[in-house]
Write a protein that binds this ligand. Sequence first.
Ligand code: NFK
Ligand code: ZN
Ligand code: ZN
Length: 209
Amino acid sequence: MSGWIDISQVLTEKIPVWPGDSPFTYRLTWSKEETGSVNVGQVVMSTHTGTHIDAPFHFDSDGRRVIDLDTDLYIGNARVIHLHRPQAITSRELSGEDLTGVTRLLIRTDAWTERSAFPSSIPAIDPDLAPWLSQKGIRLVGLDLPSVDPLNSKALPAHHALNHHGIHILEGLVLDHVAPGDYELVALPLPLADGDGSPVRAVLKPQKT
Ligand SMILES: N[C@@H](CC(=O)c1ccccc1NC=O)C(=O)O
Ligand SMILES: [Zn+2]
Ligand SMILES: [Zn+2]
């Protein structure tokens, strides 16, 4: 047993996407029967499908693209905390946590566990949490929700505040089966030159104590 825990949503045609966004499809452009040699597939998907990262270009047309992001952000020690269906994610919800030395913070909310459908509402990150997190040294925030802002938000204040404070965003994690604690995280985006976001395969390994 490798000890790595998969915290990624499985990409199938059933995966729910942002209302109105492109559905996920996988099809064979060539089959082994046709080519006499190989099956060759084609994937069509939105960059915000399932477990994915946002590049600043997603919400800021002058922002960095996926290829410009530092891969170090997405590999390394991470703390998982469990908030038990919060109404919102503010410094009050996190006040009991000692986040000293934490660079990557993954927040399990359990607010979207029926993942066969897109949620109708989610707890959002309070934009004022961004300076609080950055002051503690956090550079990456991940959560088990499709966005860090309310689903009906156009202005995306939490996305902007996190970016302004140098905090990167990882969304759509599956943390139902993950206990709070310290882990090693790997959640690398694809090297998309112009990407506004990218699907990731996210995995955790409990840290040796
Ligand atoms: N901000 C969301 C995604 C998002 O807003 C979105 C994704 C796909 C299609 C439309 C979207 N927003 C439209 O206003 C996210 O970060 O994944
Ligand atoms: Zn996104
Ligand atoms: Zn986002």
